[in-house]
Design a protein around this ligand. Structure first.
Ligand SMILES: Nc1ncnc2c1ncn2[C@@H]1O[C@H](COP(=O)(O)OP(=O)(O)OP(=O)(O)O)[C@@H](O)[C@H]1O
Ligand SMILES: [Mg+2]
Length: 324
């Protein structure tokens, strides 16, 4: 199928005189909720920003290495479904793939009012209000349509992050794109991706199970926490904190993940180590441990069960020893 990113073929309304066509667009706008439309515009701006925590060096786990080899060997469109707890590197892996392939990276953080306009094609309220010469100028491409266009020029990685936060309806709308790489416009236009250039990464924390039809369309990779030595290495690179103290904090996170109620992420360990620089005493360190690693009372209980009544004293001791 040919790609017609700006095509108006098949769009009888759009091919008529400018005034008729504008009325048609205004009618569409009236039907949809204007406030929601404006909000969608803001979302697009927010969602297309690259997440700021791109790792400088990415540690590939065996399962990611395998997924990478599978993706690189495959001809045609590729879909990866990354499942796992917060902080295990799902988003970071999608960025790693884009960096590795020199691909354009398109990012959308899902939310529970994710609309088809954000995914496919919407109406650009501002341009329509100002009056447009050509029908196609009134459209605003959603992330999938933009990916289809970008894939004509080179590799593209789309990250639909936390897709489990989107309603099932939005997920269902993705199925055709995941299968055929095509997007339909409001009045029949087709944006066809160059599938060999396209990689779609869906991430999920398991807030709701994904549809079986979605799961069937991608290689599923279960992400787990990195080995403690690797986590320590990453925190060391990011904070420059003393290794003894970092190992202690990584151990604390491991104890909580195993015996507590929540699972502290690598990011939280990193933040704890960064903030230790401003602690005055062990009491401050306890507040920081509680502030970064312990979300529930069971988390602190797991720590004290494994490390004694004052785990903060151990961390503070390690930190000060190296600072002397
Ligand atoms: N394999 C890795 N190599 C280097 N850094 C990593 C790796 N895995 C995770 N990180 C770092 O850990 C932090 C958390 O990763 P990321 O945000 O990708 O996790 P996530 O699984 O997407 O979490 P969430 O579910 O909360 O969105 C990031 O700063 C990322 O750079
Ligand atoms: Mg993420």
């Amino acid at each position: 199928m040919t790609t017609k990113p700006n095509s108006t073929q098949g769009n009888t309304h759009a091919c008529r005189g400018g005034r008729d066509w504008q009325l048609n667009i205004w009618h569409r706008m009236a039907v949809s909720n204007a406030v929601q439309q404006t909000f969608f515009r803001l979302q697009i701006i927010r969602n297309t920003a690259m997440p700021s925590l791109a790792p400088t060096k990415y540690y590939l786990r065996a399962e990611e290495g395998l997924a990478l080899r599978a993706l690189e060997a495959r001809v045609g469109q590729k879909t990866l479904i990354l499942e796992g707890p917060p902080g295990t590197g799902k988003t970071a892996f999608s960025q790693f793939l884009a960096e590795r392939w020199g691909a354009q990276y398109l990012y959308l953080l899902s939310h529970n009012w994710l609309s088809d306009e954000e995914l496919f094609v919407g109406v650009h309220v501002g341009r329509v209000a100002a009056g447009v010469e050509h029908p196609e100028e009134a459209y605003q491409l959603g992330i999938l349509a933009r990916a289809a266009v970008a894939s004509q020029a080179g590799p593209v990685v789309i990250c639909l992050d936390e897709i489990d936060k989107a309603p099932q309806r939005a997920e269902a709308l993705l199925l055709d794109f995941l299968q055929h790489g095509r997007v339909f416009g409001p009045t029949g236009e087709v944006w066809q991706a160059k599938c060999s250039n396209l990689t779609v990464v869906l991430t999920t924390n398991g807030v709701r199970p994904l549809m079986e039809a979605t799961l069937r369309r991608g290689l599923r990779v279960k992400m787990t926490f990195l080995p403690p030595a690797t986590e320590a290495d990453i925190v060391r690179q990011a904070t420059g904190a003393p290794m003894g103290a970092i190992r202690c904090a990584v151990r604390m996170a491991g104890v909580i993940r195993k015996g507590g109620a929540t699972a502290p992420s690598l990011q939280e360990i990193r933040n704890l180590m960064g903030d230790l620089a401003i602690a005055h005493d062990a009491a401050d360190v306890r507040r920081l441990i509680e502030g970064w690693l312990c979300k529930e009372p069971e988390d602190w209980q797991a720590l004290t069960a494994a490390m004694g009544d004052t785990p903060e004293a151990i961390l503070w001791g390690e930190y000060r020893r190296a600072s002397k």
